[in-house]
Design a protein around this ligand. Structure first.
Ligand code: GLU
Length: 509
């Protein structure tokens, strides 16, 4: 097998969409699996769509996700430069080769002339309104003009493009590693522009030339590029590179959570989840779109989630480190069907990875968040609180959100629970308990349980009847971590004082 060399080739036209991260990931996994190379190529030949900051954003996002680049703009490598705008002369050279060998031609048609041609064809039944073998001889190009005229126009600086001369009707075949054999008739393909009037190549020419020169072994990209693939195959042939063509793999679309249609930024906005890996401020509108990172997704969780959007290992295993993914990945296990973007699943992965963190790591997150709110907490206590909450969190910020009850006594109480559970029995237990807890020097979960047991037994009240009232008095709410652990984490003085406050507020002094 020849060396695996793959490329992620984004255009810096804005923030990287989460689907782009998946494409980068699949490329990366294949490269790592085969000890190959992962290349980042910036496809910035469309000057009208260039967005400042987008290239840096792409690099930052890949770095955050843990997708390492072996060759690319700042890293360089054997096929530098890796930014297409810096490779203009290279494309011009191959466009000249195609012209010379009769596979391409100059075209001088103005926008109005092109428009007129399309309008004319639209009215003719069955005709494809495009620049191709059926129409090119009626247009203004180097096939219809005499050589002298062509040279004259070029010398006079008249704007022109270079078009590929697509055969009238030939079958183009390609093998897609995901979809199998794809056959398209050239009658469906128009004479695509290869070089634009600004001297820049189009995506089609630049892509083929660079994949060849950079010795790319596999082109792994989104399904939206499948219709362009036959044109690329034709270009490889015309350039004499048919035997060095990369293998193609077009990834299934990312669908809305309900599976109906392609996932868009608007859908994500509406459903309240991010679509970009990192925060992105649109330079035109100044609008900030929150990223997965800032929303609290861990990169390893997001990567694991994305890996499963279109691929599966064929086993029951769901949790994979990036390294494990590299070993398990196989293009053959990528499905054809669109992959539903189920954000609940992403949340599940996040939970799993958060829970796998140590108490120290979670405690650290808690302390940092508390500090922002001016609350100090000792490491040991923070770790213990994190331990009590680990099963209940989805995002790192949840630790402080759920943990604040250990630092701020409730000011109000859930009314529904209060009206149902704050009764004579509860009052009797709380009144006695607030004195009893003070008697034990150090409240642990165990001593808390025995104090409670002693109190309820001596009053002859079943514990089950007052547990919710106790939680209400201590936390103000109806749910939270284990109550005995909660008491231990609060300490006897705080428990006693909260019980006193609840008795004063809810009644039953
Ligand atoms: N520049 C293209 C894009 O933005 C790359 C397509 C490809 O990978 O060939 O998606």
């Amino acid at each position: 097998m020849k060396e695996v060399r793959v490329r992620f080739a984004p255009s810096p036209t804005g923030a990287l969409h989460i689907g782009g991260v998946r494409t980068a990931l699949y490329n990366y996994l294949l490269a790592r699996k085969h000890n190959g190379k992962m290349i980042l190529r910036i496809e910035d030949t469309d000057q009208n769509r260039y967005v400042p900051g987008a290239e840096q954003y792409i690099k930052d996002a890949l770095k955050w996700a843990g997708i390492e680049i072996d060759e690319g703009p700042d890293i360089e490598g054997p096929y530098t430069p890796y930014r297409q705008s810096e490779r203009k002369e290279i494309y011009a050279k191959y466009a000249q080769q195609l012209l010379k060998e009769g596979y391409a031609y100059y075209a001088f048609d103005s926008a109005d002339e092109l428009e007129a041609m399309r309008n004319r064809l639209k009215t003719q039944k069955g005709a494809n309104p495009q620049y191709d073998s059926t129409t090119r001889m009626e247009m203004k190009n180097s096939l219809t003009l005499i050589e002298g005229e062509v040279n004259e126009k070029i010398k006079n600086g008249e704007p022109y493009v270079i078009r590929l001369k697509v055969p009238a009707s030939e079958e183009v075949e390609l093998i897609d590693l995901i979809r199998g054999k794809v056959t398209v008739s050239t009658s469906q393909i128009d004479d695509k522009v290869l070089m634009k009037s600004d001297g820049m190549p189009t995506y089609h020419l630049a892509n083929v030339v660079d994949d060849y020169l950079m010795k790319i072994s596999h082109v792994i990209r989104g399904e939206e590029w499948l219709p362009s693939a036959p044109l690329h195959v034709l270009t490889y042939k015309f350039l004499g590179w048919e035997n060095e063509m990369p293998a193609f793999a077009h990834l299934p679309l990312l669908l809305k959570p309900d599976g109906k249609g392609k996932l868009s930024k608007r859908d994500a906005d509406q459903m309240g989840f991010p679509i970009f890996p990192l925060n992105w401020t649109d330079p035109k509108t100044n609008e900030l779109a929150e990223g997965f990172k800032e929303r609290g997704y861990l990169p390893e969780a997001l990567i694991n989630f994305l890996a499963f959007l279109g691929w599966n290992p064929g086993t029951e295993q769901e949790l994979f480190t990036l390294e494990e993914l590299c070993n398990a990945f196989d293009i053959e296990r990528i499905g054809k069907a669109g992959a539903k973007f189920d954000i609940q699943k992403a949340n599940w992965f996040n939970q799993q990875y958060l829970r796998a963190k140590t108490d120290e790591e979670l405690g650290h997150i808690l302390m940092a968040d508390l500090k922002v709110n001016g609350i100090d907490c000792e490491t040991e206590r923070a770790n213990a609180i994190a331990n009590a909450l680990r099963e209940r969190i989805t995002f790192p910020k949840d630790i402080a959100e759920l943990g604040k009850i250990f630092f701020i006594a409730p000011q109000s109480f859930d009314e529904k629970i209060a009206s149902k559970k704050w009764n004579e029995e509860a009052i009797a237990v709380m009144t006695s308990l607030k004195e009893e807890v003070k008697k034990s020097d150090e409240l642990t979960a165990k001593t808390a349980a025995s104090v409670l047991e002693k109190t309820t037994t001596s009053l002859g009240i079943p514990q089950g009847k007052i547990m919710q009232a106790l939680r209400l008095a201590l936390t103000g709410g109806a749910s939270g971590p284990d109550l005995m652990i909660t008491m231990a984490l609060l300490g006897s003085d705080e428990v006693s004082s909260r019980l006193t406050y609840a008795l004063n507020t809810l009644g039953g002094k």
